[in-house]
Design a protein around this ligand. Structure first.
Ligand code: KIV
Ligand code: ZN
Length: 514
């Protein structure tokens, strides 16, 4: 039997970035896009170009850097959005415009304040306009999961007629149940007269923990594109996780009559990269990419796996890329070896100065930690990028005291807007004391929502990677920092978060007010 192709549409850089605090810089987006291209993702949604100049430039940079995947830009069903997306995608080898408008009664009445007829008219107009830029146009009926079937059929038939090549059926609020959602896809395919002229796509949110289940149910019922994100990142509870969808389709080939074209051995690398860049750690028991996903704790399981692997393992760890932690570079490695390993990881420096600065940090790290792994290099480059872009607050030095029976204290020297300031503070521990000292200089008025520490590799000489999440007036940011000394890593991540919160944001949310 001939198997269909299941198109994998990754939206880590767009919907993933809508996770509170997960915003990424242009360079970070290009790094992730290159990793997705290497994994052979079919379509990369690189962003929402109208949202801000930064978003526009990031989509443009991804469109120029990636050759093998189609690059997609999101646009509301508005001329100005579509024109901006078309412009941002101009340098792409293969481009797609993804335009959307809400179709559920509640969204049409309360958010758009439009009649159903107006919505159909605007959707058709938007698709026709997008076709002026590219032959690959996706139309999404936002909140399709709560839309009326007859109306969805009407909108989709009209947009296919207008030139849409992919029809996306988003469960925007994560409300659907797998059997209902699968049935919705089946009904749409059966009832829309020209349904064979377009690919049906799904985009599920995880509010009830059903995003992957809903997506797979849709695939069984004929959807041939799944929109997903690395590590399930995304608005609120996130989107369907790419790694889970892809490995379910591959592992249960008996259930799905389609295949993806992905190189699954790149999954763990992509997961670590996204986690490292966004500062969203992966929970240890997360399917496929969690640290425990292939670890067998109980004696019975270990015994079974040793006798015959398939007794307890349905997938092979190496098939998803769990063979990392190879020592790649060390203290004696030279600049060329450093540069070429980074290039293999998809990291290129724009200037020799940037390379030199990163190489100096690498040498400093290699003095403290003899074996340098790919994960260390990724963290180092992330740190470097952050330092270059967020210059308002810089850590000059930090000294802490931690002794049994004594009150922990920290002395910090910061450069704040170019002026060097030093202060000491006490706290519950050295990290707490450092944060108090830093904030007594900055006076940020922020609330600490999350503080978490992870080992980048293994061993007590491993770098600690710290994530700090701060909130001020509803604005949430994540900061990261890594160092072999976790108190310094903590201070770096706190400063990184403070730098982000001090930056003005002019960004529009795609699903906000039109
Ligand atoms: O969740 C959603 O409906 C979206 C659309 C823009 C596709 O993200
Ligand atoms: Zn979404």
């Amino acid at each position: 039997m001939k198997e269909d192709k299941l198109i994998i549409f990754d939206t880590t850089l767009r919907d993933g970035e809508q996770s509170p605090g997960a915003s990424m810089t242009k360079e970070e987006k290009v790094r992730i896009a290159k990793a997705l291209e290497k994994m052979r993702v079919d379509v990369i949604e690189a962003g929402f170009p109208i949202a801000s100049i930064g978003d526009f430039e990031a989509v443009q940079a991804v469109a120029r850097a990636v050759r093998d995947s189609t690059i997609c830009g999101l646009a509301r069903a508005l001329d100005k959005d579509i024109d901006r997306a078309g412009e941002a995608l101009r340098g792409a080898n293969a481009s797609r415009i993804h335009t959307f408008i809400a179709t559920s009664p509640i969204h049409m009445e309360r958010k758009l304040r439009m009649t159903p007829d107006q919505v159909v008219e605007q959707a058709v107009h938007a698709v026709k306009r997008a076709r002026q830029y590219t032959g690959d146009v996706e139309f999404s009926a936002e909140d399709a999961g709560r839309s009326e079937l007859d109306f969805l059929c009407r909108v989709f038939e009209a947009v296919i007629e207008a030139g849409a090549t992919t029809l996306n059926v988003p469960d925007t609020v994560g409300y659907a149940m797998p059997h209902q959602y699968g049935e919705l896809i089946r009904q749409l395919r059966e009832r829309i007269p020209n349904s064979d002229k377009a690919i049906f796509s799904v985009h599920c949110h995880n509010d009830l923990g059903l995003a992957v289940a809903n997506s797979l149910s849709a695939v069984i019922n004929g959807a041939r594109q799944v929109e997903c994100t690395i590590n399930g990142l995304g608005e609120r509870a996130g989107n369907a996780s790419l790694e889970e969808v892809v490995m379910a389709v591959r592992t249960r080939a008996d259930v799905f009559s389609c295949v993806t074209g992905l190189d699954t051995t790149q999954i763990v690398t992509c997961s670590k990269l996204v986690s490292n860049i966004t500062g969203f750690p992966v929970q240890p028991n997360k399917a496929i990419v969690g640290a425990n996903a292939f670890a067998h704790e109980s004696g019975i399981h270990q015994d079974g796996v040793l006798k015959h692997r398939e007794t307890y393992e349905i997938m092979r760890a190496e098939d998803v890329g769990w063979i990392q932690n190879r020592m790649v570079l060390g203290k004696h490695s030279g600049r060329n070896a450093f540069r070429s390993r980074l290039e293999e990881l998809g990291i290129n420096f724009e200037t020799e100065e940037e390379l030199n600065a990163a190489f100096a940090s690498f040498k400093a790290l290699a003095d403290k930690k003899h074996e340098i792994f790919d994960e260390d290099l990724q963290a180092l480059v992330t740190n470097q990028g952050m330092a270059a872009e967020n210059e308002r607050i810089k850590l000059v030095s930090l000294r802490v005291c931690s002794e049994t029976g004594e009150i922990p204290c920290a002395s910090v020297v910061l450069s704040f807007d170019g002026e060097e300031r030093s202060v000491s503070a006490e706290g519950g521990g050295p990290v707490d004391a450092s944060f108090r000292a830093i904030d007594s200089i900055v006076g940020s008025g922020t609330e600490l929502l999350l503080y978490s520490v992870n080992n980048i590799t293994t061993g007590t000489d491993s770098q600690g990677e710290v994530t700090v999440r701060l909130e001020r007036g509803g604005h949430i940011v994540n900061g990261q920092g890594s160092d072999t000394d976790i108190v310094i890593a903590s201070a770096k991540s706190y400063i990184n978060a403070l730098n982000k919160i001090l930056m003005p944001s002019d960004r529009e949310h795609p699903q906000g007010e039109v």
